[in-house]
Design a protein around this ligand. Structure first.
Ligand code: FO1
Length: 323
C-alpha cells in the first residue's frame, strides 16, 4: 500500500508531543486522511471560559500557528490580559495569550448555544485551514483528577501548570485498599465520529503522549479500548521516553511514582493487548520475547522535518506488514 492510498489513519494524541507527530502524519498522508482523536481530560473552566488545551495544541500545530518554543499557545501572542489580571491581584497562573482568548471565547459561546465540542473544533480547525479531522475523545466533559501527597485531589491543569507537575502522585487508600491516583470525574463516551473513525481506520497510531495522563483517558472513553483491542488493522505506539527520560513533561516522574520501571520497555508492557508494535529510540531496548514488533528510530522531533521523517518511517514500517 503506497502512502497516498491511505484513506483513514487514526492518531490518538495528547498535547505537544502528540501534536508534533500528528503534524508529521498530516504532511505525508492524502488531504483529509488523518483523524486525530484528542484527549479532553485536561479541559477545564478558567475565568468562565471553556479551555481545551490539548485540542488547541493539536489544532494550532496542524494549522501551523503554534508557538514553537512552548509547543502550546499561538505564535506571536502576548499576555496583556494576564498582566491586567495580576494588577487586579489575581495570580494568573494559567498562561492564556491574548490571541488565544479568541479560541476560548468562541468555544465557550458555541458550547453555551448547545453546539457540540466536536462541531466547535471542526469550525475552528476549518477556519485555520486544517484538512485533517481533529476530534475530541468525547463531547461530554470528563476531567482527569490526580491525587497528590501534598494537596490531595487536583484537577489536571492545577497539577500540570499551577504546580508544574511537582506534587507527588499518590494512591488513595481507603480502609487499607489503595486505588489509582489518576481518576476520571465521570464516564466518557466516545463521539459517533470517533467510533466510526476507529472502525474505518487503515492504521492506528498512539502518538508519543503521556500514556497514563493523555492516552489512557482516550482509551477510557467507551468503547475506545474495546474497538482497539478487537481491531483488524495494525496499531502502534510511539514511546514518549528516550533513555529513561521523558522528552517533555511528567511521564518519567509519574511512572516512578506509580512504581513502574521508567523505560520504553515498560511503555510497551503498559500497552500490551492494544498494540502490534512500538517505536522506540535507537538507544532503547524492548524485551525480545514479547510478540511485539519494534522499530528503533530517532524519535526526537526537533523541527518540522523531523516530524515528517518520523511519520514517514512509521507509515512505511506499518505498510510493510500489510503488503
Ligand atoms: N502549559 C504550561 O506549562 N503553562 C501554561 O501556562 C500553559 C497555558 C496554556 C494555555 C492554553 C493552552 O491551550 C495550553 C496551555 N498550556 C500551558 C499547555 C497545557 O496545559 C498542557 O501542555 C497540556 O494540558 C498537557 O498536555
Amino acid at each position: 500500500m503506497a502512502l497516498d492510498t491511505y484513506k483513514s489513519v487514526v492518531a490518538l494524541a495528547g498535547g505537544v508531543g502528540g501534536a508534533k507527530l500528528a503534524d508529521g502524519l498530516a504532511r505525508l498522508l492524502p488531504p483529509g486522511a488523518l483523524t486525530v482523536i484528542v484527549n479532553t481530560g485536561d479541559d477545564f473552566r478558567h475565568y468562565g471560559l471553556a479551555i481545551s488545551p490539548d485540542l488547541d495544541t493539536v489544532m494550532y500545530t496542524l494549522g501551523g500557528v503554534a508557538n514553537i518554543v512552548n509547543g502550546w499557545g499561538l505564535e506571536g501572542d502576548s499576555q496583556q490580559m494576564l498582566g491586567m489580571m495580576r494588577q487586579y491581584g489575581d495570580d494568573a497562573w494559567f498562561g492564556l495569550g491574548d490571541k488565544d482568548l479568541a479560541t476560548h471565547l468562541l468555544r465557550t459561546q458555541w458550547l453555551e448555544e448547545d453546539i457540540t465540542l466536536t462541531e466547535v473544533t471542526q469550525r475552528l480547525s476549518k477556519a485555520l485551514g486544517i484538512q485533517s479531522r481533529i476530534l475530541p475523545m468525547s463531547d461530554n466533559s470528563i476531567p482527569t483528577v490526580i491525587n497528590t501527597a501534598e494537596y490531595g485531589e487536583l484537577t489536571f491543569q492545577e497539577y500540570f501548570v499551577r504546580y508544574r507537575w511537582q506534587p507527588t502522585v499518590a494512591p488513595i487508600v481507603i480502609r487499607g485498599e489503595s486505588t489509582s491516583p489518576i481518576m476520571y470525574d465521570g464516564e466518557a463516551i466516545m463521539t459517533d465520529e470517533g467510533v466510526s473513525a476507529l472502525q474505518n481506520a487503515d492504521l492506528i497510531v498512539f502518538c508519543p503522549s503521556n500514556p497514563m495522563l493523555s492516552i489512557d483517558p482516550i482509551l477510557n472513553a467507551e468503547p475506545c479500548r474495546d474497538l482497539i483491542e478487537n481491531r483488524s488493522v495494525p496499531c502502534v505506539a510511539v514511546s514518549p521516553l528516550i533513555g529513561g527520560q521523558a522528552v517533555k513533561g511528567p511521564a518519567a516522574k509519574l511512572m516512578k511514582e506509580l512504581g513502574m520501571e521508567v523505560s520504553s520497555n515498560s511503555i510497551a508492557h503498559y500497552y500490551e493487548g492494544l498494540i502490534d508494535g512500538i517505536v522506540v529510540d535507537r538507544a532503547d531496548q524492548v524485551d525480545a520475547d514479547r510478540a511485539l514488533k519494534v522499530l528503533p528510530a530517532d524519535i526526537l522531533m526537533r523541527n518540522v522535518e523531523d516530524r515528517a521523517r518520523l511519520a514517514g518511517e512509521i507509515l512505511e514500517w506499518m505498510t510493510s506488514w500489510t503488503r
